[in-house]
Design a protein around this ligand. Structure first.
Ligand code: 5GP
Length: 177
C-alpha cells in the first residue's frame, strides 16, 4: 500500500522478506569470508541503524560494531567539502574493517571517507551497502557486499528518511512517479 511521508507519496519497493533474505545472504558471506578473524563493523548513521542491527544479528564470528556520523565541512576552494567522522572511538589500526552503509548514491561520501580511514592503516577495509544506485555513480566505489542495485529514484524506509521522516517504515518504498 502506498504511504505519504510529508508532502510526497511512496510506493512499496522492497518488502520486509526481500530485505531479510538479502541480509541473511550478506551475513553468511561475511561469516565465511572472515572466518578466524575478528572484524570491526563501522556503521554510518543515521540511515544505516536498522540495516546494521539486522546485519549484525546474522554475524556468527567474533565481531565488534561501532557507529559513526559523518559531518561534511566546506574546505578550501581547491579541496571542496571535507568529511570527518564523529564518534569513531575504536582503533582501526590493523583491524579488518567493514563499513556498513544504507545506500551508495553518487559514491561521494565513501570516496571521501574511505581514504581517510586508510590513513589509520586498517589491515583490510571493505564496504557493505544495502542499496546501490549504480546509475547515479559519480565517484566509483567498490562495494564488496551489496544487497540490491536500485534505479536512480528516491527511496525511504528501513532507516532511510525523507527530510527526517519515514525511517520507521519497515520496508523500502520508492517515490511515486
Ligand atoms: P552519496 O555520497 O553516495 O551520493 O550519498 C550517500 C548518502 O545519500 C546516503 O547515505 C543517504 O544518506 C543519502 N541518499 C542517497 N540516495 C538516497 C535515497 O534514495 N533516499 C534516502 N533517504 N537517502 C539517500
Amino acid at each position: 500500500m502506498e504511504k505519504q511521508v510529508l508532502d510526497k507519496l511512496f510506493v512499496p519497493y522492497l518488502s520486509k522478506a526481500d530485505i531479510h533474505s538479502a541480509i541473511e545472504q550478506m551475513g553468511q558471506k561475511i561469516n565465511a569470508d572472515y572466518e578466524g578473524k575478528k572484524p570491526l563493523f563501522i556503521a554510518i548513521l543515521n540511515g544505516s541503524f536498522m540495516f546494521a542491527s539486522d546485519l549484525f544479528k546474522q554475524i556468527e564470528i567474533p565481531a565488534e560494531i561501532s557507529f559513526i556520523k559523518l559531518a561534511s565541512y566546506k574546505g578550501t576552494k581547491s579541496s571542496g567539502s571535507v568529511v570527518t567522522a564523529i564518534g569513531l572511538e575504536s582503533d582501526v589500526f590493523e583491524r579488518d574493517v567493514i563499513i556498513v552503509e544504507d545506500i551508495v548514491d553518487t559514491g561521494k561520501t565513501l570516496s571521501e571517507f574511505l581514504p581517510q580511514l586508510m590513513h589509520q592503516q586498517p589491515r583490510s577495509l571493505k564496504v557493505c551497502a544495502l542499496l546501490h544506485k549504480k546509475e547515479a555513480t559519480k565517484f566509483p566505489i567498490t562495494i564488496d557486499y551489496m544487497g540490491f542495485e536500485i534505479p536512480n529514484l528516491f527511496v525511504v524506509g528501513y532507516g532511510l528518511d525523507y527530510n527526517g521522516y519515514g525511517r520507521n517504515i519497515d520496508q523500502i518504498m520508492q517515490i511515486a512517479e
